[in-house]
Design a protein around this ligand. Structure first.
Ligand code: BGC
Length: 245
């Protein structure tokens, strides 16, 4: 099946058509910058522009950075608050005119890795984390996703951990990889002690630089970069659509 996979992020929409049998992207990735917080309607318009870029009439899978129940968005920590409680799937379908599925962005990345990448054939508990605008998590048990885990919102000093250790926080706080990794290590140790996963997989933009910060982590659990690096969310959003539409 061919599905247009789109990853909605804090500062851009990015995506590409994906062959869901192989996980391969069928055309070069496209990106639309979204400065400021787009309203749901503006987001729908941006998705429509995205579809017309590829002249796309087929199904579309969308990864959204919040809790998603069916086609309804439940949380929106880093995007517009008007998404909360909205049937975004229905709005997007109406504006774009294609069949659309929605999935949490980190869960999408996890689906790509569990199906084709670093999590392939892994038994036990595997936790994928993304460090971008926020911190996303996808928890797999014997290869099956437990949807909408939100470990970026575990509390630290009275705030969500993501406020300290997201990729955006690293930039905002002007932290070196060594200093940032010291805090990420403390966060991962907390997760280790709560969940005892057998593997961590790291996605998001920062996973491409893993050689600069993995060595600074003092953790016992094996850790690997996502095989799709920052593209995992695109591929996984398409996979989720192929399975659910
Ligand atoms: C959201 C998650 C999302 C993560 C990464 C968090 O703020 O609550 O749902 O997966 O950011 O985008």
């Amino acid at each position: 099946m061919k599905v247009l996979g789109i990853d909605i992020g804090g500062s851009a929409l990015k995506g590409a058509p994906v062959d869901t049998k192989t996980g391969k992207q069928l055309a070069e990735k496209h990106r639309i910058h979204t400065p400021g917080q787009l309203t749901p309607q503006e987001t729908a318009d941006a998705i429509a522009r995205f579809a017309s870029h590829y002249d796309w009439k087929g199904p579309i899978g969308i990864g959204f950075p919040g809790v998603v129940h069916g086609s309804v968005i439940r949380t929106s920590a880093n995007l517009h608050p008007d998404f909360i409680g909205l049937d975004a799937g229905a709005l997007f379908e109406e504006v774009v005119g294609s069949e659309i599925s929605l999935v949490n962005d980190a869960d999408a990345a996890g689906l790509a890795e569990a199906t084709f990448g670093a999590g392939l054939n892994r038994r036990g508990a595997v936790l994928l984390l993304t460090f971008g605008t926020g911190v996303g998590s996808a928890l797999f048990i014997d290869g099956k996703l437990y949807p909408n885990s939100e470990f970026g919102h575990l509390q630290h000093l009275g705030e969500s951990w993501e406020k300290f250790i997201s990729g955006a926080a690293k930039t905002r706080r002007e932290l070196s990889y060594a200093d940032w990794a010291t805090e990420v290590g403390a966060y991962l140790r907390e997760l280790e002690n709560l969940l005892w996963p057998e593997l961590f997989i790291v996605g998001g933009g920062i996973s491409a630089d893993h050689a600069q910060w993995f060595p600074h982590l003092k953790i016992r659990t094996p850790i690997m970069p996502a095989q799709f690096l920052n593209e995992a969310g695109i591929v996984g959003a398409a996979l989720h659509a192929a399975r659910s539409l």
